[in-house]
Write a protein that binds this ligand. Sequence first.
Ligand code: THU
Length: 134
Amino acid sequence: MDMDTLFTIARQAAEAAYAPYSRFRVGAALLAQDGTVFSGCNVENRSFGLTICAERSAVVQGVSAGHRSFRALAIAAPDSPVPVGPCGACRQVLSEFMAAEAPVFFGGSGPRRIDTTIGELYPYDSLHELAGTT
Ligand code: THU
């Protein structure tokens, strides 16, 4: 599946966002190794710190369905004038289930897209590297 298609799925997922506090909808789409796509949206809470980002929502969907490795990620933030990449906490969580070279593609309301990898977004992922050696 190409990244534009994955982005379109992320954009659709953003429609389900529960974001009454920030009014900032985000959707994420994760491509599993077998080609299945799992999507998620941000789910806010009146106790603001409990908000769950779209990326972690998608990870939870995929892992709950039995997938532990994802090939690619797209993130759509239709309320943002600039492309929105995953927050720091999500980079850590995504790195658990994605290889460093896995592509990450993200955008905002305009046509600009950032095409990068988990390794670029979350370098020196020593704990992940150690997991392969122990
Ligand atoms: N948010 C995400 O879901 N993913 C990101 O990559 C950035 C931020 C959400 C959290 C919160 O609901 C809203 O966007 C504003 O930060």
